[in-house]
Design a protein around this ligand. Sequence first.
Ligand SMILES: Cc1ncc(COP(=O)(O)O)c(C=O)c1O
Length: 396
Amino acid sequence: MPGWELFGEDERREVNEVLETGILMRYGFDGPRRGRWKAKELEAALCRALGTRHAQLTSSGTSALTTALAALGIGAGDEVIMPTFTFVASFESLLAVGATPVLADVDDTLTLSPAAVRAAVTPRTRAVMPVHMCGAMADLSALKALCDEKKLLLVEDACQATGATYRGKALGTIGHAGAYSFDFVKTVTCGEGGAVVTDDEAVWRRCDGYSDHGHDHLGADRGADLHPFLGTNFRISELHAAVGLAQLRKLPTFLAIQRRAKKVLKEALAQVPGVTFRRLPDPEGDNASFLSFFLPEERLARAAAKAMQGAGMAAMYWYDNNWHYVRRWDHLKQGAVLARLPEPLRAAVTATATRAFPASDAVMCRAISTPIGLAWSEAETRERAAKLAAAVRSVL
Ligand SMILES: Cc1ncc(COP(=O)(O)O)c(C=O)c1O
């Protein structure tokens, strides 16, 4: 990843087909669009690729999450359990629908710890939102069993995990709804874009309306649509969908490249004593967009990340990252919003974000991820593997 590394003729052809008609909007204009419906086509292709009954494209992964939450009826007064290691979109989407984020620890899967989720459940919990970070899955068996036991909704954030599966099922399709991102740095990219996937037709219909100002899309033309509920504009454009169509066709190729290259890097790093790897609940289902590993202690992880960067490799040391890990979410801790939140929600946000998370810290302070490129030659992959192992070995 990211998919733009392999942009080519296919992407250009799809985009040009849209430009030839000039109809950049996904709805309406039936005559002039001359049968070209890129967003609809991409939704159908996503259903086939992911094995889901419904897919609703949106303008981003963040808007897909917000749409999924709204369509599931999650809102004011509802608590949703989310991980301490994720992307800021998790709490942004929850706050957008007025729900209360409740942070819970991650474990050595780099995703929600089922035990921490159980401890965080209260009578106000409505949903659990695991985030399948860095291309691989949360412990979905344990989380689904817990949600079933407690009658909670399971909303999967699969934004970083296009192509990944758990026990043969695409991530995002195991809970009540899932969200994907096709932003510029994702495995499949539209430039900007996202999708909600669900098997529940009623949930999909609500996603379809919510992401387009509440239109029911049943009118003879757009002006004749009814609005059974309020929505917003989270529409994707035909241009973005066109890029995504070409990219999605390449997903099997992307996965094969990533898996081959990751294996080479992992085998080299496994030779370095003291290094351990992220636990994957289903290693077969990893989309292999990242290699994530642990050093024995924080000091060594920091030094290893620095050594990797010094050797010209990308090294994500998440513990210091202010998008991805709770320790540096200062804006959330301070409740720094532009449009005021209801006071009880603001207080709950500050309370959850300023808690200590020693179990997450113990994992995240030792974790490093490095992305797997799509355009690396075999020789380059081997060279990178050797550099990676040497850099990490140099600090141990
Ligand atoms: C885990 C996760 N969730 C949600 C998002 C939001 O996706 P987007 O950038 O398309 O809004 C991202 C984006 O990086 C992400 O990594």
